[in-house]
Design a protein around this ligand. Structure first.
Ligand SMILES: [Zn+2]
Length: 285
C-alpha cells in the first residue's frame, strides 16, 4: 500500500485526511510551534498543515497531495463522524495485543474492529457517543494500558504511511469498519483519575444482587455528581440501568432523569443522554 492508496481508502470510507511528513524527504516537512525541521528526529509523523482545518475528503486534492509518495496520509480524528453522529476514538496500542490484555484483565473481550498495524503495535478505530468529552486522556486506564488514546482534537498516522523504521502502516482487514466502542472502555476513559477511588467505593457498595439496591446506588451516583461530571456520570448510570432493562429488570429511567435534573442538568440534556445510553446498550429507548 502506498501513501496514495492509503489516503484514497481513507476518504472513500469517510475519514478526512491531511498530509504528514514522510521519511523519504530530506528534512521533516512538519510544521507547528516549537518544531524544528532541521533537527527533527521523529520522522514520518508530523502534520505538514494545520490539520484541524486543512483536512479533506476530496478525491482530486488527495491525488495532488499524495501521488508523489512524499507525504504520509494522516487522519483528522475530530473531523470524523460515524453512524448516528458518533465521534471517532482511536486506541493506539504500543505493542500487539496491548488493548486485548486490558480487556482480558477486566473479564471483557476486545471487539473485532477496524485496525491499522503500526511500527510497534496497532491503531483500533471505534465510534463513541458524541456527547462524551473524550480526548487524549487515559482515565482509569492510566498505568494499565501500554499505549495512547486519540479522540477530539487529535490525529493519527494512517494506512499506507511509511514509518522511519521502514515499516508501512497496513490495514488489518480493509473490509472491516469501526464498531461502537464497548461500554467498559468508555466508562474507563470518562473516569477522572481524581474520583476513581470514590467510584470504586460506590461500585463496591452497589454490587448488591437485589435490583433495588443497585437502582438506589445508580440514582445516588447521579445525584452526587459534581459539576462537570454530571453528564458523564448520568451516561454511565444510564448504561447500567439500560443493561438491567435489557436483562429483564425494572426500568429506573425516570428516577435517573429526576436525579439528573436535581443535580443540575437540563431536562433536555438529561433526556438526550439517557436516550443515547439506552440506544447504545440495545435497550429500547
Ligand atoms: Zn518533524
Amino acid at each position: 500500500m502506498t501513501p496514495l492508496d492509503g489516503a484514497q481508502w481513507l476518504i472513500r470510507h469517510g475519514f478526512p485526511v491531511f498530509p504528514a511528513d514522510h521519511p523519504a524527504t530530506r528534512r521533516c516537512t512538519g510544521i507547528g510551534r516549537g518544531h524544528d525541521s532541521a533537527t527533527c528526529d521523529k520522522r514520518g509523523k508530523h502534520p505538514t498543515v494545520a490539520f484541524t482545518r486543512a483536512h479533506t475528503l476530496d478525491e482530486r486534492k488527495v491525488h495532488e497531495t499524495f501521488s508523489r509518495g512524499l507525504r504520509n496520509p494522516a487522519v483528522a480524528v475530530g473531523a470524523c463522524s460515524g453512524p448516528g453522529g458518533t465521534q471517532l476514538l482511536v486506541i493506539d496500542s504500543d505493542r500487539p495485543g496491548a488493548i486485548e490484555d486490558v480487556a482480558g484483565a477486566g473479564g471483557e473481550s476486545w471487539p473485532a474492529t477496524m485496525r491499522v498495524w503500526t511500527a510497534k503495535g496497532h491503531h483500533d478505530y471505534l465510534w463513541a457517543p458524541l456527547h462524551l468529552r473524550l480526548g487524549n486522556g487515559l482515565g482509569a486506564l492510566e498505568g494499565k494500558f501500554d499505549g495512547d488514546v486519540r479522540a477530539g482534537n487529535a490525529y493519527v498516522i494512517g494506512p499506507g504511511s511509511l514509518h522511519a523504521s521502514g515499516v508501512v502502516y497496513e490495514l488489518d482487514d480493509p473490509e472491516r469498519p469501526p464498531v461502537h466502542a464497548p461500554a467498559w472502555l468508555l466508562d474507563a476513559l470518562v473516569t477522572r483519575p481524581n474520583f476513581a477511588a470514590h467510584r470504586t467505593r460506590w461500585q463496591r457498595a452497589a454490587r448488591g444482587d437485589a435490583q433495588p439496591r443497585g437502582a438506589r446506588g445508580l440514582v445516588a451516583f447521579v445525584l452526587d455528581s459534581p459539576q462537570g461530571a454530571r453528564n458523564n456520570r448520568l451516561f454511565w448510570a444510564a448504561c447500567r440501568a439500560a443493561e438491567t432493562v435489557r436483562d429483564g429488570g425494572a426500568d429506573i429511567r425516570d428516577d435517573l432523569l429526576s436525579a439528573a435534573i436535581r443535580a443540575g442538568l437540563s431536562e433536555r440534556e438529561a433526556t438526550t443522554t439517557i436516550h443515547s445510553a439506552y440506544s447504545r446498550t440495545g435497550a429500547t429507548a
